[in-house]
Write a protein that binds this ligand. Structure first.
Ligand code: PEP
Length: 267
């Protein structure tokens, strides 16, 4: 598949921000400010805000094609797992989920094996998955970034056939929430690493059909560098996804790429 055929996606990870009483209004404002043709938009609020966001988007003309995503799912379907949320519980609330975010790998000791099981549960519940991968700063400085990311892709996806359910976010850990961003050219190079690993997993198109997003301190000011790279198909946005002005600028830039791709594929 040529890059022009891949969807352009902007997903917002609200992390542990917003409450059920303010999340719906924020989602509605973002939906109105980001109504760009051709850009797939996904908002991932905390679990307790999913219903409010779903309802607010359904009530908003510009919100009906904004998807709702969870930030995580448990690796089991049901059981004695206090405080956890399983994939089937999200039915009617979310159609996407993030898996393997670096903050969960760090804080909840999530391994690739566990992420792999979470992806199994997500697929059984028909959720689309944004799999996060990315190296630590010392990995990059030691020249291990490519090996680390390849291993994360292979480990998290072993046994799963890449398909339209899958989006991968390349998120160098040293760029998340730090204000530092990778260079566009480095993100594009890592997208190549990710797609080669998808090819090893048996992706029919050698990973060329799987969208790869960049994540790590993306703002309206930095998005251009990433969207200018044909290998990058959008962004997973953390802190800036809570700010409507930033989201409007990010999605507007993503819309330029979406329109250019649509033009290229119809020419
Ligand atoms: C994220 O949460 O995935 C993320 C990229 O965060 P931030 O944009 O705040 O770095």
């Amino acid at each position: 598949m040529i890059p022009g055929m891949r969807p352009v996606i902007v997903a917002g990870n609200w992390k542990m921000h917003t409450t059920p009483s303010d999340a719906g209004e924020l989602a509605a404002i973002i939906a109105r400010r980001t109504n760009e043709p051709g850009v797939v938009r996904v908002l991932c609020p905390p679990f307790v805000c999913l219903a409010a966001v779903r309802d607010a988007l359904a009530a908003e003309a510009a919100g009906r094609d904004v998807a709702v995503g969870a930030q995580n799912v448990h690796h089991e379907v049901t059981g004695a797992f206090t405080g956890e949320v399983s994939a089937p519980m999200l039915r009617g609330l979310a159609t996407w989920t993030i898996a393997g975010h670096s903050e969960r790998r760090r804080d909840a000791a999530e391994t690739d094996e566990l992420v792999n099981q979470k992806i199994s549960r997500a697929l059984e519940a028909e959720l689309r998955v944004i799999l996060c991968v990315g190296e630590q700063l010392d990995d990059r400085e030691a020249g291990r970034a490519e090996t680390v990311v390849r291993d994360q892709v292979l480990g998290s996806l072993r046994g799963h056939q890449p398909g339209p359910w899958l989006t991968i976010a390349y998120e160098p850990v040293w760029a998340i929430g730090t204000g530092r961003t990778a260079r566009g050219v480095d993100a594009a190079e890592m997208a190549g690493v990710i797609r080669r690993a998808l090819g090893e997993l048996g992706s029919a198109a050698g990973g060329e059909d799987v969208p790869v997003l960049y994540g790590g301190s993306v703002t309206g000011g930095s998005i251009d560098e990433f969207m200018a790279e044909p290998a990058i198909d959008g962004a997973l946005v953390g802190g800036a996804s809570l700010k409507p002005d930033e989201m409007a600028a990010i999605v507007a830039r993503a819309g330029l790429t979406a329109r250019a791709r649509a033009g290229a594929s119809s020419a």
